[in-house]
Design a protein around this ligand. Structure first.
Ligand SMILES: *Cc1c(COP(=O)(O)O)cnc(C)c1O
Length: 382
């Protein structure tokens, strides 16, 4: 049994977020990394699931840390009432770090310039810093000779009482391909960076490298803390790791709406822009009032399926800005009947990964992009 804990005026479609499923997924991830602290990653509005509500559920589930990309996201969590450890790991040029640092948010430094910005932003509170190392992703963080420059600067800033060095971390490029040699190379490089930092007399409280995929597949990189995002939302980090149910995970978000029009059409009816779909026989078309303006992927045109009255039915033609047409075939349906675009899969409906496959992308993008006119509703176990 579930009951709504919060709801909004009905929009054209509803993203229903099951917080009990989210907490259960965090428990599965906890069991996979029992000796590490758990950081629930709630960046990008919790991958589209709602950051404040998701963060609250993460704390209930025992997550010691929260992780976000920007300091603005961290400030949103503080405004939402969270007082626990939070790390914001991005440091865009010109970002105003001071409010987050004053609110006790940990920040990252992945270059000497970023460290200087952090030190400069620490007026009342001493900034709590995590040093970011590039072990092979070639995105953020220091590598090569920059490593010693950052470590020296951090050590000096700490001696001067300007910062606390709380963590050292890096990010894996290929964790969703467990057999990739890149994983071992990054693991090794991270160990060397930790050792080099120790040679400067700095041994931070938390060393962290693992994302969801590594949490599930690579215990040797769990270290002190694991940063779990996608798997906590009940999606698989990648096809090589299996389906959510293979992993013991339950998709947290369901996207539901209702048919706004149902009608019978003859064979040879061209459907939607460009007539990329033409009915082969007499059939029933059902109109769905969401489209790419709400974050539905246009690349899913003619490929994804929805679930109506117990049947999987294909998208007919192109996804439009505000609408999608379904070919209901001979499924009996009427205006107002429920359409599940994706859900937990427990009733046979598609899951977000099915849409990802249909649109040649990843489940992360399917849920994170949702927005526009879609209304979010939270349910929780009674
Ligand atoms: C997004 C992100 C994570 C979470 O990754 P998942 O694959 O969603 O578990 C962890 N660490 C960093 C630095 C990230 O940017």
């Amino acid at each position: 049994m579930t009951r709504p804990t919060m709801s909004h005026a009905a929009g054209p479609a509803e993203a229903v977020v099951d917080l009990a499923a989210y907490r259960a997924n965090l428990a599965v991830l906890r069991a996979a990394a029992p000796t590490a602290l758990q950081m629930a990653v709630v960046k990008a509005d919790a991958y589209g699931h709602g950051a404040v509500e998701t963060a609250r559920a993460a704390r209930q589930a025992g997550a010691e840390w929260l992780g976000v990309a920007t300091v603005e996201e961290a400030s949103t969590l503080r405004r939402g009432g969270d007082r626990g450890p939070v790390l914001a790991w991005l440091s865009p040029a010109g970002a105003d770090l001071a409010p987050a640092i004053d609110a006790g948010v940990d920040v990252a430094a992945g270059s000497v310039a970023q460290l200087e910005a952090v030190v400069a932003a620490g007026a009342t509170n001493r900034p709590r810093v995590h040093l970011k190392v590039d072990t092979g992703m070639a995105r953020g963080g220091v590598r090569g000779a920059e490593l010693s420059a950052l470590f020296e600067a951090a050590r000096d800033a700490r001696h001067a009482g300007r910062i606390e060095i709380v963590g050292i971390f890096s990010h894996l490029a290929c964790a969703d391909e467990p057999s990739s040699p890149v994983n071992a190379a990054q693991e090794h490089a991270f160990g060397e960076a930790v050792a080099e930092l120790a040679s400067y007399g700095v041994e931070p409280e938390v060393r962290h490298l693992a994302n969801s995929a590594a949490t599930l597949t690579r215990p040797s990189v769990h270290h002190d803390l694991v940063r779990v995002g996608i798997a906590s939302y009940g999606l698989s980090p990648g096809p090589q790791l299996g389906t959510p149910s293979d992993l013991g995970l339950t998709p947290v978000m369901s996207l539901t709406t209702a048919l706004s029009l149902v009608r019978r059409v003859p064979p040879g009816t061209g459907v939607s822009y460009g007539h990329t779909y033409v009915t082969k026989r007499e059939t029933t078309l059902g109109l769905v009032p969401v489209g790419y303006g709400d974050g539905i992927l246009r690349a899913a045109s003619n490929h994804a399926e929805a679930w109506v009255n117990g049947s999987l039915v294909p998208i007919a033609g192109r996804v439009c800005m505000d609408q999608i047409v379904l070919d209901l075939g001979d499924v009996v349906a009427e205006r107002g009947d429920e359409v599940v675009l994706f859900g937990s899969g427990s009733r046979g409906e598609p899951i977000a990964e099915d849409w990802a496959q249909a649109a040649a992308t990843i489940g992360y993008e399917v849920v994170t992009r949702l927005g526009g006119r879609i209304v979010r509703t939270f349910v929780d176990a009674t």
